[in-house]
Write a protein that binds this ligand. Structure first.
Ligand code: NAP
Length: 252
């Protein structure tokens, strides 16, 4: 039997950007832990397909996390239809790789909106309700690049570094109302977002050599950290980023 401090069965969770990749794996983990889970993404059809492959109390809510009015309507719809949210995982994100000198204004705004503004919009809307109820868990999916960067991904690293500080700021503002806000920082994980890197044999070999664990991470590797941060075991943990990176951020 598992320890009661880790029991989150019966809680309701929203995972943004969960039609594939890391979000989908986290949604599956929360379902396995007995949560009711709401999947989100912009493509309703893809969400329905993803939900059909999962078992448990799973719902879908298609809306664009970068658009304020859609977010407000989406969160209201979820709470009316499914119930009060206990757990929010701000996971939706994107990568755009290009030398900084060639990075366009529109791509800059797009990546800031998708990776950072989304967490503010969905976080604020959900926290308005959580703070009123006096409890809630918010987990922002940060990155190894919240700490370190490589050539060609400066805008992405800027969004993830800012998301780390937004996590601390949310902790400062909402902690007094019983809402714990933490970050989870994945290292190099095999997903659609990283397919170009996984297929680049030279880069893949570098990742394996550079990571003390000696391998790429799987989406499944991230589940335990999210379950912990969503559970009563983490009731006094707030404003932290838990790096799940096979040790990469700790070694040169
Ligand atoms: P992914 O495979 O590209 O999946 C992204 C998900 O987000 C999809 O479900 C996508 O669905 C959704 N999405 C994108 N823009 C959206 C929007 N505006 N509104 C609503 N949903 C949106 O990405 P991933 O690799 O799983 O990454 C997930 C998160 O982990 C991101 O925040 C990423 O930065 C972070 N991360 C990933 C890695 C890695 O190695 N993969 C490492 C560190 C951190 P639709 O396109 O249908 O909207």
């Amino acid at each position: 039997m598992s320890h009661p401090l880790f029991d989150i069965s019966g809680r309701t969770a929203l995972v943004t950007g969960s039609s594939r990749g890391i979000g989908l794996a986290l949604a599956q983990g929360l379902l396995e832990a007995g949560c009711t889970v709401v999947l989100n993404g912009r493509d309703g059809e893809r969400l329905t397909k993803a939900a059909a492959e999962l078992s448990g109390d799973v719902h879908t809510a298609a809306f664009d996390v970068t658009d304020g009015p859609s977010v407000a309507a989406g969160i209201k719809d979820i709470e009316d239809r499914v119930g009060p949210l206990d757990i929010l995982v701000n996971n939706a994100g994107m990568q755009l790789r290009a030398p900084l000198l060639e990075f366009t204004d529109s791509d800059w705004h797009r990546i800031i909106d998708t990776n950072l503004t989304s967490a503010f919009l969905v976080g604020r809307e959900t926290a308005r309700r959580m703070t009123e109820r006096g409890h809630g868990k918010i987990i922002n999916i940060c990155s190894l690049q919240s700490e370190v960067v490589r050539p060609g991904i400066a805008p992405y690293a800027a969004t993830k570094g800012a998301l780390k500080m937004l996590t601390k700021g949310m902790c400062a503002d909402w902690g007094p109302s019983g809402v714990q806000v933490n970050g989870l920082g994945p290292g190099y994980i095999e997903t659609e977002l990283t397919q170009p890197l996984v297929q680049d044999e030279e880069f893949s070999a570098w990742v394996r050599k550079r990571t003390p664990a000696g391998r790429w991470g799987s989406t499944r590797d991230l589940v335990g950290g999210v379950l912990f941060l969503a559970s009563p075991a983490a009731d006094f943990v707030s404003g932290q980023v838990l790096y799940v990176d096979g040790g990469m951020t700790s070694v040169l």
